[in-house]
Write a protein that binds this ligand. Structure first.
Ligand SMILES: [Zn+2]
Length: 275
């Protein structure tokens, strides 16, 4: 039941995250949603997470132009992630009031910010400073609050840098060509969120994930496109496929692996790296 409530809350938050990502630097957050093609106000019943998109078959009710798949995907992913976070509700009750409530709100805000950063980075290959600084600050607060029973200032302070130092070196050595400074800041926040050991594991796992997915995107796609064109099945210009020069953002990999490692912590799943 808690998972269901968390999931529904996640759907609504995901709907807001779409607005946050799409309006950043363009329009105020407070205005009602309009169709980007015809400017028609979107009524509340056409603005229900996922369901409206499916009922409208992904088209604007007024002008019929396509509504981006990003809307239902971000809503659905946020809903599922929030549902998986529902054990945090009972975990929060082990902390004295109001620390448990603060921690729960803190964690859900961090998760929302991470999802927004991942989507924004995917769209623009850029990580907004204000969002990642907010993440670092909130993650630091969570590290501080959870460490209160056996408070150790060194662990609290160093967990962020421990996770970020490797990315910082990559950024420094490559003068920002292989790694953006935004990724380094993100890793700092992930370190404060997960602690020094798990933060470091999350960064390592992001490298593996990034390498595997990049190879999957870079190697077969042009080949598949050529195969389909050669056989007259579909014509995809090879230039539309990803090439080695395409900039694949690293932020989404960091965030995906952070949320994965976070889940293993929440559910007490031992990572096979440490038998
Ligand atoms: Zn329209």
């Amino acid at each position: 039941m808690t998972a269901f409530v968390f999931g529904v809350f996640g759907l609504i938050v995901g709907s807001f995250l779409n607005v946050l990502v799409l309006r950043r630097g363009r329009a105020p957050l407070s205005g009602r949603s309009t169709c980007p093609h015809c400017g028609q106000l979107v009524s509340w019943y056409d603005n229900i997470p996922i369901f409206s998109w499916i009922l409208l078959r992904g088209r604007c009710r007024a002008c019929g132009s396509a509504i981006s798949l990003q809307y239902p995907i971000v809503e659905g992913v946020t809903g599922v992630i929030f549902a998986f976070f529902s054990p945090l509700y009972s975990a929060a009750q082990h902390f004295p009031f109001p620390i448990g409530v603060l921690l729960l709100a803190d964690y859900l805000t961090i998760a929302s910010l991470l999802i927004a950063i991942a989507v924004y980075d995917l769209r623009t290959t850029y990580i907004p400073d204000t969002w990642v600084y907010a993440c670092i600050a909130l993650a630091f607060v969570s590290q501080f609050l959870t460490s209160l029973p056996q408070f150790d200032l060194a662990v609290v302070l160093l967990s962020g840098p421990a996770a970020a130092v490797l990315l910082f070196l990559v950024w420094f050595v490559s003068k920002g060509r292989w790694m953006g400074l935004g990724d380094v800041k993100l890793a700092l926040g992930i370190g404060y969120l997960l602690g020094p050991l798990y933060g470091f594991i999350a960064v390592m796992f992001a490298f593996v994930l990034g390498a595997v997915v990049s190879l999957l995107i870079l190697l077969p796609l042009p080949a598949i496109a050529r195969f389909l064109s050669d056989w007259g099945i579909a014509h995809i210009a090879p230039s539309q496929s990803y090439t080695m020069k395409s900039e694949i953002p690293f932020g989404p990999f960091l965030i995906a692996s952070c949320i994965f490692v976070w889940f293993t912590q929440i559910y007490g799943i031992p990572l096979p790296l440490f038998p």
